[in-house]
Design a protein around this ligand. Structure first.
Ligand code: TYM
Length: 337
């Protein structure tokens, strides 16, 4: 039996933080052997908010290097850049024309991001989830491993697929496959280091709010030293009055590889003065192999570029097939007609 297909992606906006890693990429790595995987660097999504053209190409390449450094295995996974496979933009247009506007206006992430953009909200930002739907549907993905914040976008993707199938497909022969979100309980929502009620995010203006995968040991030490805590002694999971405590314990649990029970017992009598150095050391140790591998890959950019090119060729083969299927169903004139 052939393996089920997985697709996921990250925007190449600067560095990856612990939320991206623990909520998404680490899970990709853990499950990849069981699936046939496509992981894309979603550069078209990165321009839906104002971006710096001088940095886009470099950030895209770095994200590809980070995927590999985190442990993506090319024997079972394909890594590629979204804009290198033209079918993503093309399918987005077709999906745009069948997606009701009010489905997009309801998206929580759009509303949150639009507030930050003020008068400059682009059509692209509103359309972001349709492009994401195209990313997923092009590969007939069965599973989409993401963090909790993407759940609504996944539901929209399914709604769009159902609409296309209902309007243009035959009952027994759906045009598009309905994907399932794959959201892990632990790490699905890593919170900010400066406010345990807010998600860790690339767009937070404060660097102190997040730990990036390429932060130096000194930066990690400084950020954890300054992170928000509370005056209570004894550390516990799942206390709604102590969001920072739950978040920091979860980080420790995931980065140390220990079970939740083991961490709960280990930390139940600890104060922050004892816990913070422990978390610092664990984080530095967990990130070191990724940082070393990243350096190695970035020292060999030609290899990285050629691998992304091969990835785009492989991805295009699958994506173009799906695009043709949708074009045919929608009634377009084909070249050989
Ligand atoms: P991006 O780059 O914003 O986030 C990439 C991944 O990181 C997860 N994530 C988090 N997980 C836990 N805690 C956090 N604080 C946290 N912050 C981010 C996100 O859920 C995501 O899995 N729209 C996508 C990119 C995308 C995509 C796709 C994903 C474009 N096309 C197709 C899957 C399939 C995004 O949020 O990127």
């Amino acid at each position: 039996m052939s393996k089920q297909r997985v697709l996921s992606g990250v925007q190449p906006t600067g560095n990856l933080h612990l939320g991206n890693y623990l909520g998404a990429i680490r899970n990709w790595v853990e499950i990849q052997q069981e699936y046939d995987n496509f992981f894309c660097v979603v550069d078209l999504h990165a321009i839906t908010v104002p971006h710096n053209p001088k940095e886009l190409a470099d950030n895209t390449l770095k994200m590809g290097a980070l995927y590999l450094a985190c442990g993506i295995d090319l024997d079972c996974s394909t890594i590629f850049v979204q804009s290198h496979v033209k079918a993503h933009s093309e399918l987005t247009w077709l999906l745009n024309c069948i997606t009701p506007l009010n489905w997009l206006e309801r998206m929580i992430q759009f509303k949150e991001k639009a507030v930050k953009q003020g008068e400059n909200v682009s059509v692209g930002l509103l359309d972001y989830p349709v492009l994401m739907a195209a990313d997923i549907l092009l590969y007939d993905a069965d599973k989409v491993p993401v963090g909790e914040d993407q759940k609504q976008h996944l539901e929209l993707t399914r709604d769009i697929a159902v609409r296309i199938n209902d309007k243009f497909g035959k009952k027994k022969q759906p045009i598009l496959k309905l994907p399932e979100p794959m959201i892990r309980k632990q790490g699905a929502r890593v919170m900010s280091l400066t406010d345990g009620t807010k998600k860790m995010s690339k767009s937070d203006p404060s660097e102190l709010s997040r730990i990036s995968l390429l932060d130096s040991p000194d930066e990690i030490k400084r950020k954890i030293k300054k992170c928000k805590t509370d005056p209570v002694k004894g550390l516990t999971f799942d206390d709604p009055e102590r969001p920072e405590c739950n978040n920091l314990l979860t980080l420790y649990q995931l980065l140390s590889g220990k079970t939740k029970e083991a961490v709960a017992t280990e930390c139940q009598d600890m104060g922050w003065g004892q816990f913070k150095p422990l978390l610092t050391e664990t984080t530095i140790e967990a990130l070191k192999p990724i940082q070393d591998k990243y350096q190695e890959i970035m020292d060999n950019r030609d290899y990285l570029n050629s691998l992304l090119k091969d990835g785009a060729d492989q991805a295009a083969e699958v994506a173009n097939n799906t695009l043709s299927r949708v074009q045919n169903a929608l009634g377009f004139l084909t070249v050989d007609n």
